[in-house]
Write a protein that binds this ligand. Structure first.
Ligand code: KIV
Ligand code: ZN
Length: 538
């Protein structure tokens, strides 16, 4: 049974993106069974993308990239940004210093082992919030630290007292808490509170706790923890988000997260999933502006070089994509049929994808987006052709669908072209601003223009826009290599939008061996398809 939730929120929260527009959230009413008195009304988001997230194998961010991510997180509204572990390297130290100096609204925190030397380095970075940790499980004591429980406790307490005496806000973690004996874990929590700690974090360092066990552990630990409790869950069994939500349900008031679920090994709890889960299931508030989630996810993916899997919840390219005819039909009638919530709530877009399971509704809707109208019989033929191509393993993208539609309408490729490329040149090199010159034949008129860009493709597309209309923007550019080697064939598809009164989109695609020339061909094809629509609009 799916129903629209009726919990009300203030309009101002919604306007700030901090509340959910419940009319567009279609969760199950059974979730009310899980509401508990122990749940806080609001939870703080401690983002560790720049620290644990950077520990993702293969990720190494430059100082500038870290600053850009910190600014994006600040804009998103996270409460705390763990900017790094300044003790580990010169670059890490520099980036923590620079992020601390940005004057962000989010609090900037740095990680530190439980040692005065590490705390001094943190102080030198100019941050006022330190996250100290020391391992407490028997395995870590025996094999890694080679210390007794009493020694570990004394070190944790000393570092906290030292940091507090220097005016820092201190959060403390028992590393590997979930494999630490319960009595010793409680003893540690009591000792660090006596030392003046401000917050205690409970890490499931190796992601080894089941969700009901996490609930019970939080209950146990809350009985001795008077300062706010935080959780830090790893995803080794795929339970990081579930365990974070479970901890919050039992009273945790802060969650450690990483954008896109980055982090050591299988990663940490994904920011986007924890925030949406808390809001949708428990009606818990955070300071995160959820409308910016899609953008922040893309920024982090681009800067870390870690692609977001298509099927990743909330931010994956398939998260709001529908292919099957039955689903598309349902979603077009009412999105609640096959969506958990509206993509616009989190800055994402719904996408209708054509493929083997496609029906006439999808094709009609998709072609409508590009201003192509066909008869029912022609649509039927396009559907059959899409299925045939998809079954032979070919992905049918928008440009191919539009080409199939023109074919079904009896128009041969290029036959009725109004826009043709006549001349094209691009100049680029070291210390030269890439500059392109193009000449087009537009409906029998010869027009020429030139423009600069950040690269030769950008310059070429800007030059085409300068000839046709500055109201045209590039909304998508896809480049893929068809064959290998430096003389590889490439395939470019370009999606353009005309931002006139009537917004119109168009796609073009081309294959060739020269990336710039192929991009220009694809752009001219897209412009040609847009031309008859925008001339009516100008
Ligand atoms: O996973 C972990 O235990 C950590 C600590 C430093 C909190 O990342
Ligand atoms: Zn961790």
């Amino acid at each position: 049974m799916t129903v629209r939730r009726t919990i009300e929120e203030s309009t101002s929260d919604r306007e700030k993106g901090r509340g959910l527009d419940r009319k567009r959230v279609y969760t199950s009413e059974f979730n009310s069974w899980a509401l508990a008195d122990t749940m806080p009304r609001s939870v703080e988001i401690f983002d560790t993308t720049l620290r644990d997230g950077e520990q993702t194998p293969g990720v190494a961010l430059s100082v500038d990239e870290k600053i850009r991510i910190a600014e994006a997180l600040n804009d998103l509204g996270v409460d705390v940004i763990e900017a790094g572990f300044p003790m580990i390297s010169v670059g890490e130290n520099e980036s923590v210093k620079k992020i601390a100096a940005l004057g962000l609204q989010s609090r900037v925190c740095a990680l530190s082992r439980s040692s005065r030397k590490d705390v001094d380095v943190v102080l030198d970075c100019g941050v006022d919030y330190v996250h100290t940790f020391i391992a407490t499980s028997d395995a870590h004591l025996k094999y890694k630290l080679k210390m007794t429980r009493d020694e570990v406790k004394a070190k944790a307490v000393d570092a906290i007292e030292y940091a507090k005496s220097h005016g820092l806000t201190v959060e403390f973690s028992c590393e590997d808490a979930t494999r630490t004996g319960l009595d010793f874990l409680k003893e540690m929590h009591i000792a660090v509170q006596q030392a003046g700690v401000d917050k205690i974090n409970l890490p499931d360092t190796v992601g080894v706790t089941s969700t009901p066990a996490m609930e019970r552990l939080v209950d146990e630990i809350m009985s001795v923890t008077k300062v706010p409790l935080s959780v830090h869950c790893h995803d080794d069994f795929g339970l990081a988000v579930a365990n974070s939500l479970a901890a919050v349900r039992r009273g945790a008031r802060q969650v450690h997260v990483c954008v896109n679920g980055l982090g050591e090994r299988a990663g940490n709890a994904a920011l986007e999933e924890v925030v949406l889960g808390m809001m949708a299931f428990y009606n818990i508030q955070t300071n995160v502006d959820i409308r910016k989630i899609g953008y922040v996810s893309k920024t982090v993916s681009n800067l870390t070089g870690m692609p977001v899997p298509g099927n990743k919840a909330i931010v994956g390219s398939n998260a709001f994509a529908h292919e099957s005819g039955i689903h598309v039909h349902g979603v077009l009638e009412d999105p609640s049929t096959y969506e958990a919530f509206g993509p616009e709530l989190v800055g994402m877009r719904r996408e209708i994808v054509v493929g083997k399971h496609t029906g006439a509704h999808s094709v009609k809707e998709k072609l409508g987006e590009y201003g192509v109208t066909l008869s029912e019989e022609q649509i039927g033929r396009v559907v059959q052709e899409v299925k045939r191509l998809a079954e032979s393993g070919k992905r049918v993208d928008d440009a191919e669908l539009v080409a199939l539609a023109y074919h079904a309408a009896g128009q041969r490729a290029g036959e009725a072209r109004k826009v043709r490329l006549k001349e094209f040149a691009v100049f680029t090199g070291l210390n030269i601003t890439p500059t392109a010159v193009v000449a087009l034949d537009i409906d029998g008129q010869y027009k020429r223009g030139s423009e600069i860009g950040i690269g030769p493709v950008d310059a070429a597309i800007n030059a085409i826009r300068s000839v046709v209309s500055h109201k045209i923007t590039l909304v998508e550019y896809r480049l893929s290599a068809i064959t290998g080697g430096s003389d590889a064939l490439c395939e470019v598809s370009v999606k353009l939008q005309h931002n006139g009164e009537k917004k119109a989109v168009s796609v073009g695609k081309s294959v060739g061996s020269d990336i710039v020339q192929t991009s220009v061909d694809a752009a001219v094809e897209a412009i040609d398809r847009l031309y008859s629509r925008i001339t009516k609009d100008e």
